[in-house]
Ligand binder design. Structure first.
Ligand code: UDP
Length: 242
């Protein structure tokens, strides 16, 4: 990155830099992958580029469907320009099927279709290991007003409907995904972060029988191999469809 831009923040998978416009930022997607709160780490050449391009396409799709997002434009293949936001420290997970931590914490068997989409909210706090949090705790901690929390939950359900249909069209099952939101300088709530196989579970529907083929970060979490091939396949299907 051109050194006239100052690094504001470096996360596990992205770097955020200043922009000439004070209300914008430059987000660079890294090739690093982490799992289990960064206990497991690796680098996959080309992952940053794929996640950036996939996220850009998905943000565009959501914006066409009237979902407010921070995305402005791609700068190059692994870098996007976005609106500067103040991050709300919550991770909003929506699940259509039971998998991952839900199966460890409940009696749902992996792959079960949930009777309705389930939203689980986690506190975004690495030191506390991003714990599952309740609405009452959120209110008492003054993280966000209940009005704004409801707005975020409504947006999450709408996003699920848009993404579920979209992924179905490209023969992918949207099992679950994680969203993050923030405020722009006018205090509007925007979808932020990224939407990519790093934070969505996507299963291939082009399979005979009922075997699960993950085309997402579970390839890394569960040592399945073929992560770049899986992310490239998602990118290819999205590009062929849009
Ligand atoms: N997720 C994420 N970041 C996290 C935790 C989860 O993006 O720090 C995503 C994950 O990719 C999956 C969904 O949220 O699509 C639900 O993850 P789960 O709670 O099942 O956690 P895991 O199985 O990764 O422990």
């Amino acid at each position: 990155m051109n050194n006239k831009y100052e690094l504001i923040y470096e996360g596990k998978a992205k770097k955020v830099f200043t922009h000439d416009d004070l209300d914008k930022v430059i987000i660079e997607f890294k090739d690093d992958a982490t799992a289990f709160n960064a206990l497991k780490k690796a680098k996959f050449e080309g992952k940053g580029k794929l996640n950036c391009l996939i996220s850009a396409r998905i943000f565009e799709l959501l914006m066409k469907n009237n979902i407010p997002t921070h995305f402005l434009e791609l700068k190059n293949q692994n870098t996007m320009i976005a609106k500067k936001i103040k991050v709300i420290p919550l991770e909003i997970v929506l699940r259509n099927y039971a998998y991952g931590s839900l199966c460890k914490q409940t009696t749902f068997k992996p792959g079960t279709l949930l009777a309705k989409p389930l939203i689980d909210i986690y506190l975004k706090d690495d030191a506390l290991n991003d714990p599952l949090i309740t609405k009452d705790r959120i209110e008492l901690m003054n993280i966000i007003s209940s009005e704004n929390l409801n707005l975020i939950l409504d947006l999450t359900l709408k996003i699920n409907e848009i993404l579920k249909k979209f992924f179905q069209n490209i023969h992918l099952k949207l099992v679950d995904f994680k969203l993050e939101f923030g405020y722009d300088f006018k205090k509007n709530i925007l979808l932020a972060d990224e939407i990519s196989p790093d934070n969505c579970r996507l299963w291939d529907l082009n399979q005979k029988n009922d075997i699960i083929v993950s085309l997402d970060k579970d390839r890394f979490r569960n040592d399945l191999g073929g992560l770049i091939e899986a992310y490239s396949e998602i990118h290819r299907r999205i590009n062929n469809f849009i």
